[in-house]
Design a protein around this ligand. Structure first.
Ligand code: S3P
Length: 425
């Protein structure tokens, strides 16, 4: 399906964006190994999270879905069943990497596979530390790619220094460590999202984070609990940028997760001069939540790199759009991880925005974006990457002639009603 996104201004609205993808995955996974029934509300019914549900059903967990409310009938730490065929994570990196850690600790064999994009993404980053823990785990092509094959083994705790700031890798090690002999210590030079630590502790684990180190101990059980998932700041980012750049606009997004390990995008846009306010802050199921109000603003260029990058890694495509409309030259550094996301986002973002009229130079670890290059419009390819589809739809609002977003259906990976909201704006 292609979607034509027409120019828009005067964007004034208040609404909920899609529920948080990272937290929805974890809510299913951790509830499945808790001792009893967990009720999860505001669950993201996107394709990635449904892939997680399907994997857990294959592992013998009963899960009832009633729109965005789901019930997970947890069977305890050792209640999963051996699956009768490979578990298909489809397009979901979070599912394959976190499940690698959890399955490495189970007393049965399993195999994880996914779609063509997943089969091209690096898996040695989880396979290597899990092998150090004694896991019997293998990937294709030098241990780096899915399908991943796992056999039963007894795990031991390790000390591990993370080479890439990846929450998926950290979470895989933490999940395995819950089952390992002795404690595990992870050194995280740059902090990545900490939803795993927060949610496992909310369910009764004892994971301590201090001065760049994470200490995790084997546990006996997790308690089932009600979990309310906040709305996703990564999905909110599209409309925040739309409101900042479009003329005469004000958008309020309610109940958005504002965990500081995710709010790099807000910090960057505020530093650019973005008029963004957060109200109604509260803690819900262990996570910080608030309402975000963004208004039309005059943006100026900034340089980003270092610790902020993992805190806004998924928002760089839409951040690039803000930079296209800012005064001056914006430089993004230390963002080489973009190359191994759902598409090579350094290349795809630069090439496709340039086709629409931008001036972006690709760098090995980021990009240089010349500001004040208003987009003319045209056709944008999405490479099956949901965040590109949504970024180009917002680009259509801000462009002179509109943007035809090719194969826009991938948006439903993380934001199933994105185009309904776009049409209603
Ligand atoms: C995620 C972590 C990030 C992010 C992804 C979701 C998670 O990936 O890009 O969309 O839920 O843990 P990495 O851990 O590979 O950086």
């Amino acid at each position: 399906m292609d979607f034509f996104s027409e120019p828009k201004k005067n964007l004034c609205a208040s609404f909920d964006v899609a529920p948080d993808k990272s937290i929805s995955h974890r809510a299913v996974m951790f509830s499945a190994i808790a001792d009893g029934v967990s009720e999860i509300s505001n669950f993201l019914n996107g394709e990635d999270c449904i892939a997680t549900i399907n994997c857990f059903r294959k592992l013998g967990i009963k899960i009832e879905i009633n729109k965005s409310n789901i019930k997970v009938f947890g069977k305890g730490l050792f209640g999963l069943n051996e699956p009768d065929s490979a578990l298909d994570v489809q397009n979901s990196g979070t599912t394959i990497r976190l499940l690698s850690g959890l399955l490495a600790a189970q007393p049965f064999s399993s195999c994880l596979t996914g779609d063509e994009s997943i089969k091209k993404r690096p898996m040695d980053r989880v396979i290597n530390p899990l092998r150090m823990m004694n896991a019997k785990i293998h990937g294709e092509n030098d241990q780096n790619f899915a399908p991943i094959y796992i056999e039963e083994s007894k795990l031991k705790g390790i000390e591990y220094i993370q080479k890439v700031a990846s929450a998926q890798v950290k979470s895989a090690i933490i999940l395995a460590s819950l089952y390992a002999e002795r404690g595990t210590k992870i050194h995280e030079p740059i902090k990545s999202r900490d939803h795993t630590e927060l949610m496992l502790n909310y369910l009764g684990a004892d994971i301590v984070s201090s001065n760049g180190y994470i200490y995790s101990k084997p546990i006996k059980h997790l308690s089932p609990k009600k979990i309310t998932v906040p709305n996703d700041i990564s999905s909110a980012a599209f409309f925040i940028v739309a409101a900042l750049v479009a003329e005469n606009s004000e958008i309020k997004l309610t109940n958005v997760g504002i965990n500081p390990t995710r709010t790099g995008i807000l910090d960057a846009l505020i530093e650019m001069g973005g008029n963004i306010k957060i109200t109604n802050k509260k803690i819900v199921s262990g996570e910080m939540v608030g309402d975000i109000i963004a208004k039309s603003s005059k943006l100026k260029c900034i340089n980003i790199g270092g610790e902020i990058i993992p805190r806004m890694i998924d928002e760089i495509p839409i951040f690039a759009l803000a930079a296209i409309y800012a005064d001056g030259e914006t430089i993004i550094r230390n963002a080489e991880e973009l190359k191994v996301k759902e598409s090579n986002r350094i290349k795809t973002v630069a090439e496709e925005f340039n086709k629409l009229g931008a001036n972006i130079e690709e760098k090995d670890d980021g990009m240089i974006i010349k500001g004040r290059t208003p987009l003319i419009g045209g056709e944008a390819m999405t490479y099956g990457d949901h965040r590109l589809a949504m970024s180009f739809a917002i680009a259509g609002f801000l462009s002179k002639n509109g943007v035809l977003v090719k194969n826009s259906e991938s948006a439903s990976v993380s934001f199933p009603n994105f185009f309904e909201i776009v049409n209603a704006l």
